[in-house]
Design a protein around this ligand. Structure first.
Ligand SMILES: NC(=O)c1ccc[n+]([C@@H]2O[C@H](COP(=O)([O-])OP(=O)(O)OC[C@H]3O[C@@H](n4cnc5c(N)ncnc54)[C@H](O)[C@@H]3O)[C@@H](O)[C@H]2O)c1
Length: 336
């Protein structure tokens, strides 16, 4: 489907679900960006989930985002059970402005929802020449190391920096072997998931996405991944006033209340310690690594975000592929 047509349809659906034109536009841009960077698991396939949560009064479509300024650099946002994208958009903009003024911007968000891809917000800071870290927690999916039950979300860790070229460095990774969105998409489309990423509810390895959703996802690098997930839960949940310790509700299956997800945005000027030589230093860093001898079959050592940047550029020229299941959602959401 043509990007503009899809944007128009999705925007109208959000507006019919009670969002203001401004908030609907923020959500549309985030969802379409996910499609364009090749992450359809965080794109339009989630639209029905957001709308269902609005209809069941567990997302507030008219959220009034409250901003508490703690200092020139630090703000605390109460997202008022917004759809996630709206508070995250406010937060990254405040963090960027604070960093421009004072060198650093730190914004914590509570009472929020699923905001899609962390990298989308990181890119906005990097485009302004700033370094950035973004954290969010998510519903239980991964068992803490040594535990029998999932509790951590796939809690992405995201870091971005200008590179001295137009292609930003954006490391944006779940702490699970694969992100949960990919498993949900596979379950909807009846495809299998790779081996070694999940266990069923009896603790047996599975490639069946439905069984994986009932069981646990495996963290990256065993106890190290579990530790990173825990760190993200503390930074985005405990620190911000958001839910934590497994209390974030699953957006697809638990309509008993709002998610109260927490996010943390930390933006800083890259020249804080080395002045204008940062540009030269980051270029030298990347060049040195890219020049290393390569293993067989590798043409180029890529830095995080490089492939995504190229995918985005190529996808801009194409129509967005909409699966049958998502088309059905769109038809349904337009009809209600
Ligand atoms: N909001 C939420 O609750 C939530 C939860 C989990 C994940 N997510 C999002 O899902 C998205 C996907 O996460 P993911 O774990 O599937 O990411 P991924 O596995 O696709 O990529 C992880 C990182 O590795 C980098 N990378 C990939 N191939 C590379 C290569 N050959 N060389 C060097 N670097 C390479 C990517 O640029 C990326 O930064 C992220 O944007 C994340 O923010 C959101």
């Amino acid at each position: 489907m043509k990007t503009n047509l899809l944007k128009d349809i999705v925007k109208k659906i959000f507006i019919r679900h009670g969002l203001s034109i401004k908030h609907a536009s923020i959500c549309v841009e985030a969802l379409i960006n996910a499609e364009l960077v090749g992450a359809p698991s965080h794109g339009i396939s989630r639209l029905k989930m957001y709308c269902d949560r609005i209809s069941k009064n567990v997302i507030n479509p008219r959220a009034k985002i409250k901003i508490k300024k703690i200092s020139q650099s630090i703000s605390h946002i109460n997202g008022n059970n917004n759809i996630g994208f709206v508070a995250a958009d406010t937060a990254i903009n405040i963090a960027i402005n604070s960093a421009k003024k004072t060198g650093i911007g730190l914004v914590a968000v509570k009472n929020s929802g699923h905001y899609g891809l962390s990298g989308y917000y990181a890119e906005q800071a990097v485009k302004k020449g700033l370094m950035v870290m973004v954290f969010t927690n998510a519903p239980p999916a991964v068992a803490p190391h040594g535990a029998l039950k999932s509790l951590f979300g796939t809690n992405p860790i995201c870091f971005g920096t200008p590179t001295g070229s137009k292609v930003p460095f954006i490391l944006d990774t779940s702490i699970s072997m694969i992100n949960r969105g990919k498993i949900r998409l596979a379950a909807r489309e009846g495809s299998k998931i790779p081996k070694g990423v999940a266990l069923d509810k009896f603790g047996r390895p599975t490639t069946d996405p439905k069984k994986a959703l009932e069981g646990v996802q495996l963290p990256i690098a065993e106890f190290r991944g579990s530790g990173l997930a825990w760190m993200v839960d503390i930074l985005s949940g405990v620190l911000t006033g958001g839910n934590h310790a497994g209390r974030v509700k699953d957006p697809f299956t638990d309509f008993s209340g709002p998610q109260n997800i927490g996010h943390l945005f930390f933006v800083l000027k890259p020249n804080l310690f080395v002045g204008n030589s940062f540009n030269k230093r980051i270029k030298d860093n990347i060049k040195t690594i890219k020049r290393l001898p390569k293993i067989n079959g590798v043409k180029e050592i890529l830095y995080p975000g490089q492939s995504k940047f190229n995918r985005f550029k190529n996808n801009l020229k194409k129509e967005i592929h909409i699966t049958k299941a998502v088309l059905k959602d769109l038809e349904y959401l337009q009809s209600i």
